[in-house]
Structures are given as structure tokens and as C-alpha cells.
Design a protein. Sequence first.
Length: 627
Amino acid sequence: MNILMIGNGFDLEHDLPTKYVDFLNFVEQFNFIYSWVKNMPKELCTIEDEYLKLIYEQPEYRNRVDALHIFTDNNIWIKHLNMAYKEHLINGENWVDFESEISDVIQSMDRLLKYYMSTEKGERENKTLESFYRKKLQNIGNLFSAKSIMQKIPELLLDLDKLIGALEIYMWDYIGGKRIQYYNPDIAQICPSRVLSFNYSDTYKVLYAYNQKNIDYSYIHGKAENNISFFVDEAEATKEEKDLWIQRNADLNNMVLGIDEYLEEEQRSKETDFIAFKKYYQRIYKKNGNEYKKWLEQIDRNVEAGRKEENILYIFGHSLDETDGDVLREFITHKHIRTVIYYKDKRQLGQQIANLVKILKSDKMIEMVYGNQPSITFCEQSKRELIKGSPFEIASDTMQLSDIYKWDDLEAEILLKKIERKINQNELEYFQSQRSVITLFDVLQKNGLAGMYAKKLLSIAYSLMRNEGIYEAEQYDSEDWAYQDYDDCFGCDSLTKKFIDSVNAHNKKKFTINKNLMKNVGGQLAEYQKLIKDKEELDREKYISVINSIFCMFHDKCNNVEDLWNILLRISRGPGEKVAKSVLHDKLKSSKNGMEIVRCNHLLSEIQMNEYFDMRAEEQQYFDEDM
């Protein structure tokens, strides 16, 4: 099972403005324009932000304006967070942490509440303590008694719901409407069956899940959805109606924005005045973020059933902060899971190591990174690449085409015109492979457009037929394009199946065997057997040449795969022993070929496993001799 765990660094890698500072700047700009338009409605053309210009100019988007204004106007939390951000700017820090700021407020209120309650019981007063906390809470209100604090809690909870509501609009409508221009090659190669996200967005699903089926998702902090349609004209609404809308949105919204537990264990069940601000409470109340526990149970069941499947957790764009320690600990310390942690640069690597030590403790961390069977690997992530002009472009366009019915006319027209132009101009570099063409045809036919492009796409698929470096014609299984229909029927669409059959027939008819290549295979295998027998030590360059050559032999279905793996392992444990692991680690870092990564990873695991058993055998022999 491959599990991908992503944090906010994942969205930032794709150039999406998902920092809390970005959201505050958006709210400030919205509120400025709201006041401006109210006084000068004819000057809309000067609004630079395309989204804000759209929602103010188009009447059908008016509910966005009403909702955002209801959520952000006189919101205590937004005011406080803006003040905190300005203080950070004064100190030269262009950031603000919502959860940390909210936690500071709630803990200060809790301590001030306990202070007032103790003085009411006649205990000794501490005016310095009262002054300290009241000053910290000056942006929240004039809290001068236990009663005033208790009365403030419902208002703060209501404004927190409003803040989350505004954040949902920002994430779903504003961020979700942005075109993603970059992709990361590491993410493109992982192909997870499970995705665990600490983000509110669904960037992975939108960009990478185009050719994957049955992916399970778990959104730890909830996911932004489209709840905007539930709002009506703000100008005609009473305060009671507005409060009802806010509550309705809060009931529909499953996004978690809260704080970590700060009380000692014995206090937690007794002191619940501020429990609704805590993340664990919100997760339970909103019923989200626990799907991942079923994945861990499934892994255990698979192991108990004797299924030999490697379970790898890939962590990308996550700082491994202690605030998410409970979830991280469950995965990273699981005895049947190996963890690969991606880092952007040395600075982030240092932060991740320091944070992981806090979660695991230093001894456990050292054991898991450097033990006999290390279960944690740190890997520098590849540089992101532009989607345009890359192999990823056709995949991204196809994925977006599948949801084109959701788009407005202008955006949809741009994408359709682009695909039509690529087809008419026969741009083979854009289409990349026959598989990509088949997938595009399948999506086109589901949108009722296949008839317009079927002949031209078939011609493009024929032109992309592979003939070099393989020993038999490529054939595609229509089951790879099967899907579950509304009547529970599972299968490939009949038009797509006919298209695939035509491609397969063409490949068989036009394929020509490279006889020289076939002759060389037997000779190469004999050469490698001799290499193993002679035990001549291989240098790095020679070892790379040998394994690359053997990897190419996997293309030929006539070759015995077990024999090839046996030769690879014997060479890696024999003539290439000194350089094998170093070469394979380097290949895993630099390769952009999915199957090469799979094979290098498997070979490295086999080497490590054999080394382990050799070591155990030596230990046993020493024990027997000693006895």
C-alpha cells in the first residue's frame, strides 16, 4: 500500500496562495473593495484581482459578496489576527499562525477566568496577573469578570464559524479557480492508493489522480466544499436570518480550525469551557479525519493473512510539527510501514529532523533512521516543473476536461480550443503516448465529443506506436479504462473499447521484430553469468551500465523475470557489492521513470534483506561455536 501524506507545503509547491497571510490579504482587499464599491459603484473596472472583479461585476456571483461580507465584517478573530500579523511585520516576519494565535487567546482567557473565580472565592488577589492577561486580550474585549468571559465564549465561537466560512470560500472558490502551472515529478511517480491530507484543498485529486482508480482520501482537517449557494441577499436579511445562515454553513462545513489540547490529563475531562475551540473536539463533532485508521487496520490484516505487500508512507510538504504528532506517530512507528520524507532544502530538513525528535524522542529516531532495518528515509524532492510543454501537460488537460461541465463558457472554450488545435496540428510531442491518446478519447466520448475527433486521434495513436527497444507489439487492456456507471455496471465504454481494439490491431500489424536485438539477449545473459563467476569487481560506471542493460530486458515477455532478478541480485551482492547501494540510492533520487524507480527500490530492498539474513547467520554461527 502506497500512502501519500501532504501538508501545506504541497499546495505551495504548486504555487497556490494557501498561507494564512495570503488569506488575510485577500480579506483586507475584499473589505476595501466592498467599501469602495458602495461609495463609487461605477469604478469597478479598476479592480485588479480577477476573482474579486468577477463577483462584483456579475450578478449571479452576488451571493459570494454577501457571504464574504457576513463572515468577515466586524469579525473578532480577523481583527485580532490582522493585529498579530502587523506585529510580526514590525519584527520583520511576514507570517502569522492562526492556530497559535487562537491558542494564545484561549489559554489567556482560561487563565484569566481561573483568576477571577479564585478571587470570587476570597483567595488572594494578584493584580499584576490580571493586568497581564487583560492586556493580552485587549483585541478580544474588555474582560473584567468571570461572567464577562463566559458571555464572550459564544461570540468567539460564532466568529470562529464565520472565519472558517470565509476560509472555505477562499479555498474552494478562489484557490480552486486558479490554474495550476507546475507539477512535481516525485508526486507524479508515487501513484498512491491512499492520500492523507492536512490541507483544505483537493489539489492532488485535481492534478494527479487522472489515471488512478479507487484512491481513498482522508482529510484530517476537513475539506473545502461549495456551500455558497445557501446564502441569500444580505441587504434583505435580518440579524436572526444571518445567524441562521452562519449556523447552517457551520453544520455543512467540516473544516477544522482550532487548537491543540493544552491541559494536563487530569484536568481535561473536568475543564470543558473552551473545549469547542479544540481540534480533537471539532474532528469528532464534524465527523471527519479518521478514515486513515481503517488503512492501518487493513495493513495489519494483510500481514496477518500472509500477503507480501510493501507499505510505504510518503510525506511531502509537511514540517512534521508536533501539533500533528498524534497522526504522524501512528504511521511512522507502525511496524509494517516504511516512511519516505521529502524535504525542499537543508533548512527544511533540519526543521523536520528537530520536529521528529520531539515526536519520537532521540533514541527512537536514531534507531528508525540508522538501525539494521531503517524504516525512515529522508529524500530531497525534485524541482517542480512547468506543466506546459512537459509530459504532464496532456495528463493535466485530460483531467480538467473530465470536469469541464463545471466551468464557465470562457474557461471551457479555452481548453476545448487548445485540445482541438493540438489534434488538428498533429502535435505528437503534446500527446506523448498511445495510452495518453486513449485516455483523452475516453474522456471526450464521455462528454459527447468523441465523434468530432475519433479519426484524427486514431491517426495520432498510430503515429505514436513504439517499435524500438521492445520485443513484441504493445497491447492495451480495455479494463484499464473501466468505470462504475450509475446502474452499478462496471466496464469500459463501447466506443473506447473499439478505439483500443483499433490501436491494438494496428500495433500487431505494423510491429517488426528487431532480430539483432533478440540475438543479443542470450549472449548478454551468458556474459553476466560469467561476470558473476569470475568475481571481477565492478566500478560504479560499469555497474550502472550492467543494471541498465538488464532493466531493458524486462521489456521482453519471453525473458524469465525471476532469472533476471536473480542475476541482478547476484551481481549486486557480488562484483558490484561496493557500489550497488550507493548507485541505487542515487537513481531513486534522480530518476523520472516510474518502472526504473520501482525496480531500483525492489533491488535495494532485496540487497538489504540478504545482508540482514547473512548477518543473522553469522551471529548464529558465532553462538554455536561459542557453545
